[in-house]
Design a protein around this ligand. Sequence first.
Ligand code: C2O
Ligand code: CU
Ligand code: CU
Length: 442
Amino acid sequence: RDLPRTTQWGYQGSMPGPTLQAVRGEPMLVEWVNALPQQHLLPVDHRIHGAERSKPEVRAVTHVHGARVPADSDGWPEDWLAPGRSVLYHYPNAQDAATLWYHDHAMGITRLNIYAGLLGAFIVRDPEEQALGLPSGECDLPLILCDRLIAQNGQLYYPVSDDPEAPWVSECYGNAVLCNGKLFPYADVEPRRYRLRLINAANARHFNLSLSHRHAFMQIASDQGLLPAPVERERIELYPAERADVVVDFAGMDGQTIELRDQSDAILQFRVRDRGRRDTAALPAVLRAVPRIDPATAVCDRVLTLGEMDDANGGAMMMMLGGKHWSAPITETPRQDSVEIWSLVNVTGDVHPIHLHLVRFQVIERRPFDLFAWNAHRTLKYTGPGVPPPPHEAGWKDTVRADPGMVTRIVMRFEGEPGRYVWHCHLLEHEDNEMMRPFMLL
Ligand code: C2O
Ligand code: CU
Ligand code: CU
């Protein structure tokens, strides 16, 4: 049949781009070349911050999400490249095994560039993880999930607002879920264990994943690597940029088809066929210790709001962090190797997946607070006890779901090289509309 072909952007001519493989302690150089056409694939809304009219529409800069890198290789949003330009980035890979991903981070148009296809997986491995005997090789599959609006003509569509009061679309949701860039693909698997690296690369959608046949996932890792022990889960919720590595056992399911679903929609089919190979992979009961960072060792507790604001000179609503615009002077200035607590006070009605570059953190708790007391006199009054994270969130994270009506408290040690990095909401429409701030590691 003659199916319409959808134009996407990609890295090295593919969407997702090639999976980059790294080993802990083995540094890597990558030359990122902007070979994109002069014209953007999607309509670019110039009213968006940071995107002045004089600058080219097509600008791109790559960030490896979850990588501990020197500031000048992190993909600072304003260090974008025009078409025809390139840059050499250095990745030390001095970090534990984890499923990371790379994606565009260009100022003001990240949501459009990622939507167009600028994303891929980046896997870090290490000897301790290797020694666990987890499924590997062709039984280790990155599954990058995102949703897209596909128009009648088969092309990607990105909604543009014609409301002058609200010139940007505050969340873009698709009508189709892509898995590794494909619509409802299938994977031939054998009746044995597989490791699936689930990555939510969507602009705004959160996935609620399950398997057909009430088959369970054994979650072994979160954003920044292995959990202390596998956690059995029937459903996995993933917010934008979050990852979950799971082991799924297809043993005894020869001849069957298992679906990976988001809510009730099938997004991928596993066709189980026995090709006579024995399963030598294991699922150990103990994975890797995650030593808790003692919150008492924190040198400060930064109280930061996640809020909305009306733009004084346009009337448009913006999302803000700590009540500040991107361009306001830097206020978050942690010292190298110090431990800090960040208390994210969500005064909006929505979930915001908050991501910090450079560091991995631990979730201390989510705690309800009095919104009226906050709005009236900026007093943080807790109205109940803190809820500690469930086991699957008790490992290392780099993106955390900040729930409405809650203060989400995280703790981290600022390991890394001094310099300028960013933290932001990973709901890409929010990120591009002021919900991103710099921080300076001193
Ligand atoms: Cu996924 Cu600022 O990054
Ligand atoms: Cu990042
Ligand atoms: Cu947000």
